[in-house]
Design a protein around this ligand. Structure first.
Ligand code: TRP
Length: 335
């Protein structure tokens, strides 16, 4: 991927949980460390389509920013910013609207899902659908195209959005002249499903999650609540279906994981003891990031300064793109 620009957007949905960390954040950080030019931003204007609590949007955005930094995102290497700090993205959105057929938005999976749900529940098909949701893919295209991104690593559910971004860039390029980079999605392999406290997929909406950065005692308490079967300590247990073992395998060193595996298979380790080992491994992994997280959250001006620095770098790129687009369509260029 040498010489290519990589960009990812993350939702401003507040503090991530262990499942988000293992499934998405950790792999993204590992990859970012090996990339040339990369951009990562918090999609706070996208969040505004559904969030109706101003204080929550502010807080969630800070939490997401603090989490990524605490977990090792290096803002000197990855341009890290808030979407809402880049006005050029929104001007580009208007230009893209002019070349995007309405029919494309009608085919959007997210919009269709909202309509289907309304229909199934006997409401008007467009109930609770705002124009932000309807045009979500155009804003997302602007996020990507503004930074001239070549590669966009995303989860499977975002495949259509990336196709739309390519299509929309193509409409503008073909109608006027080729000024926009057509991005490619890098669809992430389905990450292992991380089990939550009740054994189902860990998810905020199920309420079975363990937030990343809460007080160590509270985290330990949640770990002790992981649901198990009623096997006795002496009984052999199946590590591969155990939530405790699964989480342990993500946080503990390999040698320790092998030991727990053996103890499960042979019998002799109780679930209570396994949970204590898990809690210790999680603490070991998260102690330093927790400390950093709390530092960031208690120094919001510092967080703002880091994001402002990222915004400045991102704006320079977005401004150049926007100027090219303005010039291509017959508006006054910016430079
Ligand atoms: N839609 C993405 C999601 O739900 C978030 C996002 C917004 C994004 N803009 C983006 C992702 C641009 C990649 C590139 O996860």
């Amino acid at each position: 991927m040498a010489g290519k620009t990589v960009l990812t957007g993350v939702q401003a949905t507040g503090m991530p949980h262990l499942g988000n960390y293992i499934g998405a954040i950790r792999p993204a950080l590992q990859k970012a460390a090996h990339e040339g030019k990369s951009f990562l931003f918090i999609a706070d204007y996208h969040a505004l389509n559904s969030v109706r609590d101003a204080a929550a949007l502010t807080r969630d955005t800070y939490e997401v920013a603090a989490c990524w930094l605490a977990l090792g995102l290096d803002p000197a290497q990855t341009v890290f910013y808030r979407q809402s700090d880049i006005p050029e993205i929104f001007e580009l959105t208007v230009a893209l609207m002019a070349v995007t057929p309405k029919g494309l938005m009608d085919r959007s999976h997210a919009y269709k899902a909202a309509k289907d749900k309304n229909e199934a529940e006997g409401r008007d098909v467009d109930a609770n659908v705002n124009m932000g949701l309807y045009t979500y893919p155009i804003l997302m295209a602007a996020d990507i195209l503004a930074m001239r991104a070549h590669i966009v690593p995303v989860g499977h559910d975002q495949t259509q959005h990336i196709e739309f971004a390519r299509d929309i860039a193509g409409y503008l390029n073909n109608t006027f002249k080729p000024v926009l980079v057509q991005p490619e999605g890098l669809i992430q392999p389905q990450s292992a499903t991380v089990q939550g406290l009740d054994g189902r997929k860990m998810s905020k909406s199920y309420g079975n999650h363990i937030p990343l950065f809460i007080d160590a005692k509270a985290r330990q308490k949640l770990i002790m609540k992981i649901v198990t079967d009623s096997k006795l300590p002496a009984d052999p247990k199946d590590p591969d279906t155990s939530t405790i073992f699964q989480l342990y395998s993500y946080f503990a060193p390999d040698a320790d994981v092998a030991l727990m595996r053996e103890a499960f298979l042979k019998g002799g380790m109780g679930y209570g003891d396994a949970k204590k080992l898990l809690a210790a491994a999680v603490e070991e992994a998260l102690a330093e990031p927790s400390h950093l997280y709390n530092e960031y959250m208690s120094d919001l001006p510092k967080l703002d300064a880091i994001l402002a620095e990222g915004a400045e770098k991102a704006r320079a790129v977005a401004r150049a793109t926007l100027s090219d687009v303005r010039q291509a369509v017959g508006l006054k260029p910016l430079k």
